[in-house]
Structure formats: structure tokens, C-alpha cells
Design a protein around this ligand. Sequence first.
Ligand code: HAX
Length: 453
Amino acid sequence: MILKDRLAEIIPQQREEMKSILAKNSATQIGEVTVEQIFGGMRGIKGLICDTSEVGLDTGLIIRGIPILELTEKLPEEIFYLLLTGELPEREALIDLQNELKRRTEVPFYVWNVINGLPIETHPMVMLNTAVLVMENESYFKKRYEEGLPKDYLWEPMFWDALNLIARIPVIGAYIYRRKFNKGPRINPDYSLDWASNFARLLGVDDPDGSFAKLMQLYMVLHCDHEGGNVSAFATQTIGSALSDIYFAVGGGLNGLAGPLHGLANQECLRFIMKLRDDIGHTPSDDEIKNYCISLLDNKKVISGYGHAVLRVTDPRFTALVNFGDKMFPEDETLIIVKQLFEIVPKILLAKGKAKDPWPNVDAASGALLHHYGMTEYEYYTVLFSVSRILGLSAQLVLNRAFNFPLIRPKSVTTKWIAKTLKEKNNSEQKKAETEKKPVEEKTEQKKVVKTN
Ligand code: HAX
């Protein structure tokens, strides 16, 4: 397979590059840690390698050196190739990857039984995560590890597991949508379609002009990866570093994605817009939106879709989604509210001075576009996010095995240790200051003596 062969070519070179950096610089210090960072979710501490993508605080997502806004026309399969290799595939390599995925779409029968056994009230993310976890039995990585495959080659079974998971996840995700929201029986895949268009078809959303499939393509590209330190990526990589297979690792990451400060924010965001619309009772004016948001903040609520742990500018993924909506349905009421919020919320957050990033993130727009296509079941939105993010989580897992990254095990400390360390530091600084002060005082005394004499 072309992608697999390409990886086999470039992995040894990249291993050598990493080895050489380490050999020459292993003790070089390139960062410091503050007490605020230790108590503050390790924000900003540089302590991980992730080559698939980076998030600049003033640029947003950059995949292998390419800003995300330059990739919006690409297929998710092309992005997966890019995440893994740093190169966009030629046509032949793309078709080869697509065929490989199509060959692997068959979902084991017991997955349907497990999903069907869950109560219908179960959150769609629980259905998805359960389905991912029960497929653990299928892991080729686990099998090869148990057979004693040397660690330099473990990335290969991880790669095949990644392809299986990526091929099946749209089929499973779409079934969850249809079952949970009573949309009718499971739809069979169409093997002539690309991965995202097939997912759109499997969901069964009415799409006479094909624009919902276009939205799925864009959505899957925009959400695929967001460097290595976010909750889902970090959880996935930590679990993977214990040589757990992809099903355990991605399952863990998806559980993190289901948190309202991370992936679940997209469901919260549309819920917030709908509630705002209902509470105001008519198409809201700018002033009504402003007062509504101020009262939310006064009541210690967060404004969903605004702020980010890393970004300090408007998320380019938000821009890409709003551009899509503007092109397709500029008169849509929900989209118009999204744009009003964009004009109003950053100013209010800036004035309040608490949020470090007052700008919209990707979730501020995504729900509005789905809502336009009648996909109003916002509880489902994090599953869409997950189907996409599995591309990045899997690519990171394959590369981490390719580079033999060790067990992730940062050191934690107790609050007592921090207090003791600070006390010792203050004492020693005080002593230092006193000893530095002494000779100066002595010198001044001497000078005084000379003067009086
Ligand atoms: N509305 C109100 N207050 C906000 C805020 C918002 N949108 N964003 C941040 N703040 C507040 C925080 O709650 C925090 O208050 P406290 O000190 O009282 O706890 C203060 O501003 C400082 O927070 P921060 O350092 O700017 O933000 P964090 O890095 O701690 O958190 C969050 C980043 C994204 C979680 C945060 O901005 C937030 O809660 N936003 C709303 C939820 C949201 O949109 N989440 C989606 C994030 C995108 C994502 O990962 N998707 O997967």
C-alpha cells in the first residue's frame, strides 16, 4: 500500500533526526515552569512532541506547516495522509488509501448488538465510545505485541488498526444517529463515494443538492487534529504510551472529548443559541443579544463557543464554517445570530477582562450549519467531532509508535511540596540578598569614615 510504504521510507529518517537532536542536546534546558502553570492545568508547558499539527496562539491550526484555511477543499483522506507523512498524496496514493478504507468498512456484527442493547436514552457519545471499546478484540496491534513483534515494528499493526477504525467509524457513527433519533434502518455504504460523502449518505440527511456532503467534508477536515496537548489527544497518547492498543487509547480520548469544556461544547453551543432565541422570543436585535450575554456572565455562566485554552485570535475553523454558511444560506436565522454574537461577545468578554481569549472557537459556528440541514439533534454533534478527530488521534498513535516514544509519566507534586519549596526558595533568596547587602553597607561605612577623617 502506497501510504504504508511511504511511512516505511520516512520513519527511519525521522528516527535518525530525533536521535541526533537528543544525542547533541539531551540536557539543554528550553523552558521553565511557574507555580501558576502547575496549578493551572499545565497550560503552556512545553513537554510533548506532536508532529501532526500545531496550534499557534495567533494563527490557529496548522497541519504540517499548512494553515487550515488552505486545506478546506481537501478530502479527509488527503488530510490523514498529510498528518502521517507531512505530504499531500498524489492521485494514485489517494485512491489507494480510499480503496484500502473501503475494504475495511465491515463492522463486526456484535457491535450492532452492543449498540442495540443500550437504552435509547443513552448519550450518543456513550454509544460511540462503547462501540469503539468493544472492538478492542479486533486489535492487530495487541495480537502482534503478544507475539513479541520487536518495538521498532509496532507502528505497522497500529497503522492497520488505525485504517480499520477510520473505515468503520462513519458506519457506526451514522447508525447511532439513525437509531437514537428514530431515523429509520441502517443505510448501506456506497463504495463509489469518498469517506466524508459516504458518511453524509449513511446519516440519511436530506441532501438534494449535495451541499450537506460538502459540509461533512469540510467539518471532517476542520476537526481532524489540534496538536497533542488538548484533552482528547493527550489522553489518547498517554494511554497509547502504555502500549495499549488503538481501541483502548482512542476510547479514552473520546471520553475526554465528551466533556463540555472540550468536544461537548458544540452541543452546548447550539443549545445556547436556541435558548437565546427562545428566551428573547423573536429574531433578536444586537442590543437584546448584548444584554442577554451580559446577564449570563453576571450569573457566572460561560458563553459557549467563546474562549480557548491556546488560541488568542478568532479560530480559523470558525471562519471557514461561517464562510461556508455565507456562501450556501446567508439568510439563515441561526447563522445570522452566530454572526451577531461574533460582533458582540468578544467586546463584552474583553470588557469583563476575565477570559484570556474572547474570540470564537470552532464550536461557535458548527451547530448552526448542521441545524440548517435539519440536523437539530445537538446531543449528536460530539459524535461528528469524534468521527473526524479519530483521524488525528490515530495518526498521532501511529507516529508515537513509529518513534518509540516512551511511557508518558510526568512528575506530580503535593501542595505541601510546593509550599515547602517556595519557603526554601524565599529563605535562600533572602539570605543571598542579605549577604549581597552586607559588603555594600560595609563599604559605605568605610567611605563615611574616610570622609569624616
Ligand atoms: N464565557 C465566560 N467566561 C469565560 C469564557 C467564556 N466563554 N471563557 C473563559 N472564561 C472565564 C473562565 O471561566 C475563567 O474564569 P474563572 O477564573 O472564574 O474560572 C477565566 O475566564 C479564565 O479562563 P481562560 O484561562 O481564559 O480559559 P481556560 O483556558 O481556562 O478555558 C475554555 C478555555 C475553552 C474551557 C473556556 O474559554 C470556556 O469555558 N469556553 C466556553 C466553552 C467552550 O466554548 N469550549 C470549547 C472549546 C473549544 C474546544 O476545545 N472544542 O473542543
